[in-house]
Design a protein around this ligand. Structure first.
Ligand code: GDP
Ligand code: ZN
Length: 461
């Protein structure tokens, strides 16, 4: 395929130490050569692939020096886009990076659209769609574990599994065809249905397994929605602050503080938490307060994990017991706070109410117990889980939706085959399953979808 040469800043904007302007396309080396000079005056055109060069960027017309840079030269096809790629490493800072970008744009490159580098990698056959989407996830990954999921997917783990499933479906379809085409088999149904049932059940089970990882994959991507619940003054805000201070807060564009609800992203032992401090779940007459309470209730409904805080220095109240009731069917950890004060709470009663849920005692004031709480959170999340490396996670909403559809259709096929529906009817559903799985890796997707997907990427990737 032939494309023009594109350029973009491929490092995050801001005050980074180094920023990279990336060029990709047939004229990448030629354009770079026009604006780049080494101290020895050698031309880039003669340089071998995968080499790094030191020199200065200058305006070809005036000779004015723009920047001191390191330049990486990578010729097709062993590059990310499978095209000639030049990466110009310059000093960070918005002004200087923009000058470099302007320089290559003036000298023949076109500004890349969001996601266009990745789109080219896809269109040039370097990566499939699920891998392209992984690139985007990688850019947005909030924790190391989330990054591992994206890396695994970029590496093609999901693609290979999908390919195996599709292969099994194709084999089934071929078998059916053969049996129908050879009249010497006097009973096509008898020959075909057992094969069909076996292969299709296997495919459905594998899809099921993938879907079971989806909630965890989604959480790794988006954060475990965690609500800190408790009566006023038990220490909810103090706990939130303490967790945020001890753990790297995750930068996010999601709306933060409001009058009644506070949200923070933190990384607790590899588990990204979306922490919500509630205004308290109470009945109220006050309209303004009611809005806060309603939002709290909503947050509670969507929560993956509750941290129920109690005050050790007070007896359990009716309200505390009611909170236990509210969350009885959810995952929660009980946090008995203010252990530095004289204890009035009946801990045995607390353990009774908590049942199987963990109880952790803390004094946020004295910075005690927070590490134990973090360990309890991580344990809850990773409990009984297979080693990270062995799992293929799906975390992408588009993939999850397609897998659900594929599962429904293949289930229809299995039901129909079992009910004695003619195999050539069942074939239709099997073919449809094959198509749906193909959409995950981009085999059967329409162009409009591809454009829409890639336009979501960050500029410069
Ligand atoms: P919230 O209303 O549940 O958010 O509670 P806050 O976090 O605002 O805390 C209420 C009060 O309790 C504040 O004065 C905190 O300093 C205090 N507090 C929080 N944690 C502890 C603790 O572990 N021990 C003691 N003695 N005081 C605490
Ligand atoms: Zn508070």
């Amino acid at each position: 395929m032939e494309f023009d040469t594109i350029a973009a800043i491929s490092t995050p904007m801001g005050e980074g130490a180094i920023a990279i302007v990336r060029l990709s396309g047939d004229k990448a080396v030629e354009i770079a050569d026009r604006v780049f000079k080494t101290p020895g005056g050698k031309s880039l055109m003669q340089q071998p692939t995968h080499t790094i060069h030191y020199g200065h960027l200058h305006e070809p017309k005036t000779g004015e020096v723009v920047e001191e840079v390191m330049l990486s030269l990578m010729r097709a096809p062993k590059t990310f886009t499978r095209e000639d790629v030049v990466e110009i490493n310059c000093h960070g800072g918005i002004v200087s990076v923009n000058r470099v970008l302007q320089l290559v744009l003036v000298n023949g490159a076109r500004l890349a659209e969001p996601g266009e580098f990745t789109k080219r990698a896809f269109l040039n056959g370097r990566i499939d769609l699920s891998q392209a989407e992984a690139v985007m996830d990688l850019i947005r990954a909030k924790t190391d574990r989330a990054m591992n999921v994206a890396l695994g997917q970029m590496d093609g783990k999901l693609s290979r599994l999908i390919a195996d499933l599709r292969q099994a479906l194709i084999e089934t379809l071929a078998q059916v065809e053969v049996n129908i085409d050879y009249p010497e088999y006097d009973d096509v149904e008898e020959m075909t249905v057992p094969v069909l049932l076996e292969k299709c059940s296997w495919v459905r089970d594998e899809i099921d397994k993938l879907l079971q990882t989806s909630s965890q994959g989604k959480i790794l991507r988006e954060g475990l929605s965690t609500v800190i619940l408790g009566r006023p003054n038990v220490g909810k805000s103090s706990l939130l602050n303490s967790l945020v201070q001890e753990n790297k807060a995750i930068v996010t564009d999601i709306a933060g503080t409001t009058r009644d609800i506070i949200e923070e992203y933190v990384n607790v032992r590899g588990v990204p938490l979306r922490l919500v401090d509630t205004a308290g779940i109470r009945e109220t007459e006050d309209i303004v307060e009611r809005i806060g309470v309603e939002r709290s209730r909503e947050a509670l409904k969507e929560a993956d994990l509750i941290l129920l805080m109690l005050n050790s220095a007070e007896e359990l109240s009716v309200e505390d017991e009611r909170l236990f009731e509210t969350i009885q069917h959810m995952d929660y950890i009980v946090v008995v706070n203010k252990t530095d004060l004289e204890r009035k709470i009946d801990l045995n009663r607390v353990y009774d109410l908590a049942g199987k849920s963990r109880v952790v005692t803390t004094s946020i004031l004295k910075e005690e117990g927070v590490i134990e709480l973090e360990e309890a959170i991580a344990a809850l999340f990773f409990e009984g889980q297979v080693e990270q490396g062995d799992m293929t996670y799906v975390s992408n909403a588009r993939h999850i939706a397609l897998l659900h559809q594929a599962k429904d259709v293949i289930t229809d096929a299995l039901d129909a085959a079992e009910a004695g529906v003619p195999v050539d009817m069942v074939q239709i559903d099997v073919t449809r399953t094959w198509e749906l799985l193909g959409e995950i890796v981009g085999d059967t997707v329409q162009e409009s979808l591809i454009n829409q997907l890639f336009s979501q990427f960050c500029l410069g990737k």
